[in-house]
Design a protein around this ligand. Structure first.
Ligand code: 26Y
Length: 829
């Protein structure tokens, strides 16, 4: 590596001419030596790669220092085990974290290139489907920024979440070939590969000391190859690692078949094994019985635990103190099989006694729950488990037997408790319950919002709470301000910096200082100018990419998230059609012009969600082209929602739609990103909405709808949605207009499934919440009419977002769950 790049630019804000020249040379060297191109024939992607490699060169030294420090010193390392990491594009994030934006911008510019164009060339890794994966990414960012040694362990899916195209108003899924053009941020480490067993049978034997043991004779063995990506913190020297595993066939196994002359079968089985890490399963797909998904889970967890053990034994004589040096956080139950796998590694491979091994396991693992629906709790058919992981099943049975003995004593043989708590569901066909395994094997179980914490203890994990209340804590989710304001909203960042400096970037509570300027009318004016400029940026994007002109002075009303009935994008649509009807009835009606912006993916097999997308685009087609409506209403569906698109959308929003049925959104994190960028929220009393409302004060939040306990009550008293339809004329007008085929060229069947669902079932209580939502939207209109008042509320939202930094969340995990401390990585000169 270029020696002069390894040291930090002392004069970042004003890099010298020679520093810029050094960078330029490095970029062109990388273009030549890595991409094999001269500038004359290089593509945009080649230039992007050359710049990315230059930035990577710049961080390598600190990355290696961190790895070496972790290896040498007995520091506790946090391992975040997650089936998803939705990290988003790296280049601009790394420039900000390294604090070399200026130098790179100048070097790139002086080379005749456009940095923004290069940044936009990056294909983001879509290794997650929604909130849970993005949370993992924010947490990795905060772990580094807080200088906590950490490794994110997951799967290097060859195909991430599908790319969404909209054709004729419908979602079409396209495979995400994110690796096709190369990935400059990862480093393969084949020398650190491990192997993972699958299938076969187990055999008891007696070892040379006469001890009874079990050996797993697998049917096949898969190799896990780690690919490492650096995870930078904000202006710190520590660089943590995201280690993602790719599956490959073990050659020895292929050759066995090959020797028998079955060449094609050998190749075929190789391909099958490589499929384990091939594709990400999207959220909201029924996964019961999808063997490959269980293979994925076991694969990445086994690889990761073996990796931790190997590292541990490199600096310790044995594993007695494993739990003192490793904290393994399970992001939902997807890695829960790790509890049994660590037992297997300790007992079968490293010959620990059961009780000592169990103590190590319980002190190592902790579990984050992200689900309140009993039907969403992961369980695997026992038959699939036995077929794939015969030894793991035996261990789970042993854990279960010992656990149920305790339960039996505590609850004096209460059989209902026993069957609820058992790791095996025996009510019909047998299943392994992953949440139960995670609860039993963890020292701490956390929920992700205060409300979720309360509901979790009362519902899905009630019996576990009764059994060990001391294990339960809440850690409210957070988001990283580096990506979600500094990077995505440079204009607002600049304005805030001018007013209160920049210490809020690492201490978000410092945003509170903005309140000192709340009465300063020129500041409020500047605030509006920034918002207006950012809205113009999004309007330009919409014009270029969707061919629709939207008015940046209209209220930008935004709902971006997975498309799901519980998130109620269709409630938003009912409001839009209500306004449409009102305007058609009275074209002179004084309403606030609004641009409704939607974005989000539906699970490929989720019929209703896909039809909701079609409803949004169909309503848009009618409304956007109605000359009587003009600029008063526009409805935009932005295709392919991902991190990059989120970065464009959050800064431009005036209103954030957080309208899930109360009790269904366990936390929500987009609500935080919106608020942080000055949008006001219209929302139900649900997930972290409740905490945001508390932080920003009631008068700065538009609350509507039933609470979660009211929802339960309505549901228990025979809810008849049709009554709302019959009693509410305006609602009836909206529903009837959809049913009449008005938005579907006369086709009355197209939206019938949605309408029938609302009228005869309405599990998410749209009709019950309709009027309250409409009334609340009127309050939004009133508030928006007074722009100065609106900017006050907007400033207060930003000023009071301190709590929602993922730095605060991670600090709580460190203090209350992991007992992890920061380390200092010395700067290399
Ligand atoms: C079983 C498998 C296919 C699966 C994969 C992903 C199941 C669930 C998920 C993801 C769930 C998810 O993203 N949940 C969201 O987690 C966020 C972070 O805690 C919450 O903010 C959000 O409310 C919740 O919907």
């Amino acid at each position: 590596m270029n020696a002069s790049l390894s040291k930090k630019f002392a004069t970042e804000n004003n890099p010298t001419k020679s520093e810029i020249e050094t960078l330029q040379r490095a970029i062109f060297d990388n273009l030549f030596h890595i991409q094999g191109k001269s500038p004359a024939i290089a593509t945009k992607n080649d230039f992007y790669m050359a710049v990315a490699y230059t930035v990577r060169d710049h961080l390598l030294q600190n990355w290696l220092n961190t790895i070496q420090t972790n290896f040498k010193e007995n520091v506790k390392i946090v391992c975040y085990l997650s089936a998803e990491f939705l990290v988003g594009p790296h280049l601009s994030n790394n420039l900000i974290n390294l604090d070399i934006e200026n130098s790179i911008y100048k070097a790139v510019k002086e080379s005749g290139l456009d940095i923004q164009e290069l940044i936009d060339t990056e294909k983001e890794p879509g290794l997650g489907s929604g909130g849970l994966g993005r949370l993992a990414a924010c947490y990795m960012d905060s772990l580094s920024s807080l200088e906590i040694p950490a490794i994110g362990y997951g799967i290097r899916y060859e195909f991430g979440i599908f790319n969404q195209k909209i054709r004729d108003g419908w979602q079409v899924e396209i495979t995400d070939k994110w690796l096709q053009q190369g990935n400059p941020w990862e480093v393969a480490r084949p020398e650190a590969s491990v192997t993972v067993n699958f299938g076969g049978h187990t055999e008891p034997y007696t070892d040379e000391y006469g001890v009874y043991r079990v050996r797993w004779v697998p049917e096949y063995v898969v190799k896990g190859i780690p690919y490492d990506t650096p995870v930078l913190g904000y202006k710190v020297n520590i660089i943590n690692t995201l280690r993602l595993w790719k599956s490959e066939a073990c050659e020895s196994f292929d050759f066995q078949r090959f020797d028998l002359g079955d060449y094609y079968e050998a190749v075929n089985s190789k391909v099958n094994l490589e499929n384990i890490s091939a594709v990400l399963y999207p959220n909201d797909e029924p996964i019961q019985g999808k063997k490959l998904r269980l293979q994925q889970q076991y694969f990445f967890v086994s690889c990761s635990l073996q990796d931790m053990i190997r590292t541990h034994l490199g600096k310790n004589p044995n594993l007695d103190n494993f739990h003192e040096q490793w904290a393994a956080q399970m992001n939902d139950t997807h890695p829960a099989v790790g509890v049994a796998e660590l037992m297997r590694l300790l007992v079968d491979i490293h010959h620990y006694e059961w009780d000592q091994a169990w103590k190590i396991v319980q002190n190592t693992f902790s579990y984050t729950n992200h689900s309140l629906l009993p039907e969403a709790l992961e369980k695997w058919p026992l038959s699939v488990f036995i077929q794939l992981l015969p030894r793991i099943v035996e261990i789970i049975y042993e854990i279960n037997q010992r656990f149920l003995e305790r339960v039996h004593i505590k609850f004096l043989g209460n059989t209902e408790k026993l069957s609820n708590l058992s790791l095996i569901d025996e009510s019909g066909a047998k299943y392994v319950r992953m949440a139960n395994l995670a609860c039993v094997g963890s020292h701490t179980i956390n929920s992700v919002s205060s409300l979720h914490s309360k509901l979790l203890k009362e519902t899905v994990l009630r019996d576990f709470y009764e059994l060990f209340p001391e294990k339960f804590i809440n850690v409210t989710n957070g988001v990283t301000p580096r990506r979600w304001i500094v990077q995505s909203n440079p204009r607002l960042t600049q304005l805030i910096k001018e007013k209160i400096g920049d210490d809020w970037i690492k201490r978000l509570d410092k945003l509170q200082k903005l309140e000192d300027f709340i009465d300063d009318s020129s500041f409020r004016h500047q605030w509006r100018i920034v918002k207006r400029a950012v809205k113009q940026d999004l309007a330009d994007y919409i014009q270029i990419n969707g061919g629709i002109q939207v008015d940046p002075t209209s209220l930008f009303d935004v709902q971006v998230k997975r498309i799901h009935e519980s998130k109620r994008q269709h409630l938003n649509i009912l409001h839009i059609i209500t306004l449409y009807n009102r305007l058609k009835h009275d074209p002179n009606l004084d309403i606030v012009p609004r641009t409704f912006i939607f974005s989000g993916k539906a699970a490929p097999g989720y019929f209703m969600a896909k039809r909701i997308i079609k409803l949004i685009t169909s309503v848009g087609d009618v409304v956007n082209n109605d000359p009587e409506i003009g600029n008063n209403l526009k409805v935009i569906f932005l295709p392919n929602y991902n991190v990059s698109l989120g970065q464009r959308v959050y800064p431009a929003a005036d209103l954030s739609e957080q309208i899930a049925t109360a009790g269904k959104e366990v936390s929500g994190t987009s609500n935080m990103k919106f608020s942080l960028n000055g949008a006001l929220t219209i929302g139900t009393f649900d997930g972290t909405n409740a905490e945001i409302q508390e932080a920003v004060a009631k008068e700065n939040f538009f609350l509507f709808g039933l609470t979660s306990s009211e929802v339960s009550k309505v549901k228990s008293q025979q809810y008849v949605p049709r009554h709302y339809y019959e009693k509410n004329e305006e609602l009836r007008g909206v529903i009837d207009l959809i049913s009449s085929g008005f938005f579907s060229y006369g086709d009355c069947d197209l939206f019938k499934p949605i309408i029938d669902n609302l009228l005869y079932d309405d599990p998410y209580l749209l009709l019950a919440d309709y009027q309250s939502y409409i009334d609340c939207q009127e309050k939004v209109d009133e508030a928006y009419k007074n722009q100065d008042y609106w900017s006050r509320m907007s400033i207060l939202n930003v000023a009071r977002m301190g709590k929602f930094s993922s730095d605060r969340s991670i600090q709580e995990y460190c203090d209350h769950i992991w007992n992890a401390k920061p380390i200092t990585i010395e700067l290399q000169s």
